[in-house]
Design a protein around this ligand. Sequence first.
Ligand SMILES: NC(=O)c1ccc[n+]([C@@H]2O[C@H](COP(=O)([O-])OP(=O)(O)OC[C@H]3O[C@@H](n4cnc5c(N)ncnc54)[C@H](OP(=O)(O)O)[C@@H]3O)[C@@H](O)[C@H]2O)c1
Length: 258
Amino acid sequence: MSMHIDLSGTRVLVTGASRGIGKAIAEGLLEAGASVCLHYNRTADAALGIKDRYPTQCIAVKADLSRADETKRLFADAVAGLDGLDVLVNNAGIAAEMPLSLSTDQWEHAWDLTMAINLKAPALLSRLAAQHFISHNADRDGGRIISVSSRAAFRGDTADFMAYAASKGGLVSFTRSIARSLGPQGVKAFLLAPGFIRTDMAEDAIRLYGESFVMQGIALPRLTEPDDIAPLAVLLASGLADHATGCTIDINAASYVH
Ligand SMILES: NC(=O)c1ccc[n+]([C@@H]2O[C@H](COP(=O)([O-])OP(=O)(O)OC[C@H]3O[C@@H](n4cnc5c(N)ncnc54)[C@H](OP(=O)(O)O)[C@@H]3O)[C@@H](O)[C@H]2O)c1
């Protein structure tokens, strides 16, 4: 067994590769030699900046994952641009603040948007990826799906982010079902469950609740960074950890051990 990770020839779609955790994962995969479809929505500059640094290994595709038509087009564009697919990383997500004091219509709108981006889009992409792996990758060991859930799926969240926690919980059970049911056909599926990670998303929580709130309960002296997540995604993408299919890897600096 070699622990050297060389992902050359491995084709990966990373959603939300323009910022934060997705950007770090995409850069980790590229450094390991993978070919990557960088998905972005609003932050084109950052995604295109990565593409400029890895011109032969990247394509960049824009899509609004709140829309099913754009989500399905993203998958088709990724497969066409990479000439196939071996790994899907479902990373893009939102944490929409939705206090109970919102009107019922506003609360419902935030719920629907959260579910569309955080649960429906990864489900659509995962289904398409699984079908693709089963019908096209028999000679390439199937394929892998890595979905970014959250500590909130297990611990729950504040009242402002109940839809967020629910969407991430749904992603856990959906991904586990893929692992259990499609493993015999070569589809592996994993979950990463970060605690607070220093990204724009965490900055929103810091703005709302203060820095001490996000540091609460963390056993290590600094807040977790996107670069603390990326190596585990690279490892899972490599196939070296395939027998961990169905697992959830907690990355929360021992703030929620369950
Ligand atoms: N940061 C944390 O503390 C934390 C903790 C646990 C789990 N997570 C999870 O980790 C993942 C990444 O979070 P992050 O902190 O890196 O977030 P972030 O910095 O806010 O970045 C979010 C990413 O998702 C994309 N995105 C958002 N809305 C989208 C939409 N409608 N259509 C397509 N793409 C969309 C963004 O693309 P554009 O900018 O190009 O629009 C961006 O690339 C999320 O699933 C999040 O729930 C984060």
